[in-house]
Each structure stands twice: as C-alpha cells, then as structure tokens.
Design a protein around this ligand. Structure first.
Ligand code: ATP
Length: 353
C-alpha cells in the first residue's frame, strides 16, 4: 500500500551533509501494523515525515496505492499523524478536539457529531467528552490524540513514538489498546519506536533500521528468532554471539563447529555465505543447563554469576576457552563457580555484518 522506492534523504551540504536515509526501499501492506525500529538518529522519523509529506525525498519515490504522492501536500494525502507530544488544543473540549479535523474539512454538523461519538466510544472516553484537554492525564490525552487522528478515517496513520511520555504500566496498556484500535479500524499503522519490546508486542511486521538503512524486515518472530544481521540480533533482546567455523555450505544451509569442537547444522541469512569464521546467535532461553558430564551437552563451562529477575534467572557461564554466555532458566542455580553443561538448540542462525 505504501511503497518507498530507493528513497534517499540528505540534510545539509558539504562537510555537514547527513544521509538520514540512504537508498531505502520498503513495501508496507494494507491493514498492517508496521513498525520502524532502530536507535536514535537512524532515520525513522525522516521516513515517517516523507510519507506524511512534511519533507520531500532527495531521490526516490513514495507511492500510495500505486500512485506517486510526492507532489501532494500533507493535507491532501490520506494520511494522518500522531505526534509524541500529542499537540492537542488545550482550550478546547475533548469532543471538539476529536472533531476538529472534520470541521476543517467542512463536514456537516451531524456528520462531525456522529464521527466524534464513534471515536469517543472507540477510545473509551465518552464520559470525558466535555472536559478541556489540559485537564486530562497523559494517558487520556494520548487517547484523544488517537481519536482525533482517526476521526477523518485516513488510509494510513503514522505514529511517532506516541507512548514515550507515558509511565511503564500505562505504556503497556496503551500498546494493547493501539493494537486493538488498528485491527478494529483496519487502518494501516506505521509506528516509530526505539523500544524493541514495544515493536515485538504490537507489530505485524518490523523494519529494523540502522544509520539510514533498513537492515531487515520481518514478522516479530522472524526478527527475534532469525535475525539476519549481527546488529539486528544485538539490538533485539539478550543474545549470545559466538565466533564459529562454517563449512559444508549449500544454499541457505551449512554446518558450524563450536569452540569446544561440537558441530551443529546452521541456517544462513543469504545463499552461499563464504566458509570460514562466522558469527552465530543463540538466545539465552534457547539453551538448557545440565550436568557437566551430560552427553547431550555441546559446551561446558563454569557458573560465574546468577542474576535473578523475578520470572527466572540469567546464569552467566564462562566457557572453556574464555567466552562468556548467558543462559536463562526458571530453576534454582548455585552461583559458586561449579561446572555445568549447555544443551544447544538443534540449529543455529549465522549472522552477517
Ligand atoms: P530519534 O529516535 O532520535 O527521533 P530517528 O531515528 O527518528 O531518531 P531522524 O530524526 O530521522 O532519526 O534523523 C536521522 C538523521 O538525520 C540524524 O542524524 C539527524 O540528526 C538528521 N536530521 C534529521 N532531520 C534533520 C534536519 N532537519 N536537518 C539536519 N539534519 C537532520
């Protein structure tokens, strides 16, 4: 539905020139909750602003429903934006804020009333319709901002870190709420965040960005379980990255030899990765602790630390050969430097830089 084709956006000139986006292509589908995820400065907001029409690409095209929209000013695009600071009108009531976009479009009074009531219901704010928005809590203001942006029924809603001002508990509630609003309205949401957990919770698909590039696009489980790039693996959740030797490469499969000499089948992120030293990633929850003598253990080491976090513990294990790995367990583990074995998953994922 939204197609960015080879989009580059630069700011400044000469020595101060910044490539905010560098030849980015991405296809966002209709009715999708699509998230742009990446660290500060990677170009997320820039891409959102190009879709909204607040900025124009230096090179490349943005298409909506197959039509080039580069020439359309923001208000003529079927796109609306929810900003981080909500940008509500403080002197107006909740209801007037929600209806404001429709008022500007010259819709009839009855149409505005009906849409406002529908939106108040959608965000569960009926009881506060006549309150001024400067007398609302942060979470309530957030709901009004969403209702106001949804009221004109845009085809696409752009959300730039809309939950970052909320405390953790409210943020978690609003994550679920946003997902519900997206599926109930069927509107395509493009959501910007630097919070990987938020992205995993809400998205149909995630684009992971770094320094003006999109490194990987995929469903949350793909991004989490099959990160293609070292940066993606590292950015999302805890992970152990090992240096291993790769051989027997055949298309997207190969075999790796671990530091202790054990071998495992491996999935490759692209065909025909060169044999030799590569990195593989294993999540802490995808390894099991066992006795050092257990024949199923592919690695052995000594426990150096146990970090309890409520639902379980992260056990730090120093492998023979020096590397340290983290294994997640819900069981009791002594932290006194005893030897343990590690049972590894059946296959591992090879990363490229
Ligand atoms: P954050 O999470 O901090 O908002 P972001 O991923 O949204 O970051 P952008 O705001 O898109 O990043 O910025 C990408 C790069 O472009 C950064 O290096 C930023 O400094 C630069 N940039 C963005 N807007 C401008 C501008 N108007 N003038 C000059 N440089 C800009």
């Amino acid at each position: 539905m939204i197609l960015a084709e080879n989009v580059t956006k630069t700011f400044g000139q000469g020595d101060t020139k910044v490539h905010a986006l560098d030849d980015v292509s991405v296809n966002i589908r209709e009715n999708e909750f699509f998230t742009l995820l990446g660290p500060s400065g990677c170009g997320k907001t820039t891409l959102l602003r190009l879709i909204a029409g607040f900025d124009l690409p230096t090179r490349g095209n943005i298409l909506l429903d197959g039509q080039e929209i580069g020439h359309l000013p923001p208000y003529k695009r079927p796109v609306n934006t929810v900003f981080q600071n909500y940008a509500l009108f403080p002197h107006m009531t909740v209801a007037r804020n929600i209806g404001f976009g429709l008022e500007m479009q010259g819709r009839s009074k009855s149409e505005i009333k009906q849409a406002t009531e529908e939106m108040l219901g959608l965000v569960q704010m009926e009881h506060l319709a006549n309150r001024q928005t400067d007398q609302l809590s942060g979470g309530q203001q957030q709901r009004v901002a969403l209702a106001r942006a949804l009221a004109p029924r845009p085809k696409v809603l752009l959300l730039d870190e809309p939950l970052s001002a909320l405390d953790l508990k409210l943020r978690k509630e609003m994550q679920i709420e946003l997902k519900r609003l997206q599926s109930e309205t069927g509107i395509t949401f493009v959501f910007v965040t630097h919070d990987q957990e938020e992205a995993l919770t809400m998205s149909d698909r995630i684009a992971v960005m770094k320094a003006g590039h999109i490194l990987q696009v995929g469903r949350p489980k793909e991004i989490y379980n099959q990160p293609a790039r070292r940066f993606v693996a590292d950015f999302i959740g805890d992970i152990n990255i090992f240096e291993v030797t790769l051989d027997q490469v055949d298309g997207l499969a190969g075999r790796v030899t671990l530091p202790g000499g054990a071998t495992l089948p491996a999935d490759l992120p692209e065909p025909d990765v060169a044999a030799g030293t590569v990195s593989v990633a294993i999540r802490p929850e995808n390894m099991l602790l066992t006795d050092a003598g257990d024949k199923a253990a592919k690695l052995t080491g000594t426990v150096t630390n146990v970090v309890y976090f409520g639902a379980g513990s992260n056990v730090h294990v120093a492998l023979k050969g020096g590397a340290e790995v983290i294994v997640r367990t819900s069981g009791e583990v002594r932290s006194d430097g005893h030897e343990v074995g590690l049972i590894l998953p059946d296959r591992v994922q090879v990363l490229v830089d």
